[in-house]
Design a protein around this ligand. Structure first.
Ligand SMILES: CC(C)(COP(=O)(O)OP(=O)(O)OC[C@H]1O[C@@H](n2cnc3c(N)ncnc32)[C@H](O)[C@@H]1OP(=O)(O)O)[C@@H](O)C(=O)NCCC(=O)NCCS
Length: 150
């Protein structure tokens, strides 16, 4: 297991596309579209050891968690937990976090629940599939605990 306290994810830049593209493909088993956003100032992307990545989008005090993946050989070691905890604790302005997760993605749903995310709604038929009907998405949110005033 990773020691979360000692981890400092690094930014992913457009120069990282050569390792990021195959990492995304092996994580999601499909081509990625995210490289075009590397370094565009809209989204922020971070990685740990080129084995795990996250894309986020922050407006004011709300952060959307856009995509998150861990290399299959490195799963269940705490990489995703480390990335999420780091984003939640280090994102300076963000107080509230939102994400969409495919309703059948048990690993991701368990991960988000363990971090403290809660279900807020369902987006019906949100994720198209190559065959079969589109899958629903759960919308989940996490609110940073309010700082106690001293
Ligand atoms: C979902 C994913 C990011 C989890 O990454 P990870 O680094 O393996 O997760 P962690 O090791 O931090 O696991 C933390 C918790 O998540 C849950 N979890 C992780 N993998 C799980 C699995 N296969 N089945 C059930 N729960 C799982 C567990 O609650 C786990 O805690 P535990 O180890 O005490 O049981 C990874 O499986 C992945 O990349 N999947 C493919 C891409 C994807 O679905 N991304 C999310 C899109 S919303």
């Amino acid at each position: 297991m990773l020691e979360h306290q000692n981890i400092k994810p690094e930014p992913i830049t457009k120069d990282d596309a050569s390792w990021f593209q195959p990492l995304f493909k092996v994580c999601f088993d499909r081509e990625e579209l995210w490289s075009q956003h590397l370094g565009d100032n809209k989204y922020e992307a971070f990685h740990i050891d080129k084995q795990a990545f996250i894309f986020i989008y922050t407006v004011e005090d709300c952060t959307d968690l856009l995509t998150l993946g861990v290399h299959p050989a490195q799963r269940k070691k705490g990489f995703a937990t480390a990335l999420l905890k780091w984003v939640i604790t280090k994102a300076p302005k963000a107080q509230r976090f939102f994400l969409d997760v495919e309703c059948q993605n048990i690993a991701a749903i368990q991960l988000y629940k363990k971090i403290g995310f809660e279900f807020v709604s369902i987006r019906k038929r949100y994720y198209p599939q190559f065959s079969g009907p589109a899958l629903d998405a759960f919308v989940m949110t996490y609110q940073k605990p309010l700082k106690t005033l001293s």
